[in-house]
Design a protein around this ligand. Sequence first.
Ligand code: HAM
Length: 445
Amino acid sequence: MSATADANPEVYRAPVGTHDVLPPESAAWQAAVARFADRARRFGYGLVVTPVFEHREVFQRVGASTDVVRKEMYEFTDKGGRALALRPEGTAPVVRAFVQHRPAVPWKVWYLAPHFRYERPQKGRYRQHWQLGAEVLGVDDPEADVEVIALAHGFYRDLGLGRVRLLVNSMGDAESRPAYLAALRAYLLDHAPALGDEFRERVEQNPLRVLDAKTPAWQAVLDGAPRLDQHLGPAARDHFAAVQAGLTALGIGFECAPRLVRGFDYYTSTTFEFVSDALDAAQNAIGGGGRYDRLAEDMGGPPTPSIGFGIGIERVLIALAAEGADAGSAAALPALDAFVVDAAGDGVATVVVGELREAGLAADRAYGGRSVKAQWKLADRSGARYAVMLGARAAERGVVGIKDLRAPDAEQSEVPRAELVAWLRRATAITPGPPTTDRPPGAIT
Ligand code: HAM
């Protein structure tokens, strides 16, 4: 029996909770990444690339009581006996790299990376997802908090997302947190007998982990819990007030969310989340982050107050689709400028396509000596703006044919071969430089 006949079709599918991103849908993915990269550059952030796996201890620093560490890590031992794990979140590796290399502060970096969590897969919740993130290490100024929030906020706006809300909170600092934790633990344990073992166990491990739980039976008790914002010491209160004032000065709308604690133990002080009202409540977080002022020290580095965020690309794209075509098209890449139809068959098509591409135009062609009719079909299907028709007789006169593929009734016209690049440049209005950041109508403010 041949190897092909043996093949198990289930194995040749992307594993549960993962997915392929193919063209043309990948254009929205690519546009989102390009816009983020451009925005990060304008804000003064450099790209950081860390390994997809780290020593397991690096990720254990995000918190023994977190779901990510308790249940969701993809852990393995390599052939050399090292205990490793695939990246479940992006902050710990960046801090590990900082502690290892000790770059000058402020260290402002951004990343695009796959993340792995063994979750129950559903729409918007995957076992591999991609994050765009940014981190600023070595600054405790609330201006840094405002800057990173503005970076994320502007990204959603660039994409044309309108139904996005920003939630902000403060987790307090080393002075104010212990008293709050004690009050919260006492209150929750008082109510634990009625709410069962899981509740009690989680409270005992870390009462903050319970505060933003979605379990319906717990809500009444959680609603009455002591509030973080009423237990802030003077320094934490001033910091949080300065962050709110900065956001207001930039015209960035926000809501205070006293129960927003987020899922990692490293958070201190400012936390924030962007939620999309176009998505189901269970997966409506399209990005989130906060301060982690002690994580670098926990990894053996110097005191390094820091803040950052991660944005889930898949969720952003789902939110764009849910908001409708306008938002989606704002995230699309420009289509081909020209499709070259070769009726001459003399090799000139190769030269023309090459010339157009080198001139910065997006151009494509058919292969394999297809008939002219088949080439026109491909030109139509390609989504190109213009077809450029190369014919032997036209070549003798030094011209090429041009057809506007978006105006099916328009006649074919002729352009001197020597002027083709200039003509197409004018017609497609190429503007060199980064993608446009014009604010689309209906975008968040
Ligand atoms: P996180 O909230 O766990 O934070 O993830 C950031 C974003 O990634 C979420 O808001 C969501 O959009 C997306 N996301 C998370 N899990 C999944 C999943 N299973 N499937 C699809 N999308 C998902 C962090 O990871 C922190 N490292 C963020 C941060 C950076 N805090 C400070 N700096």
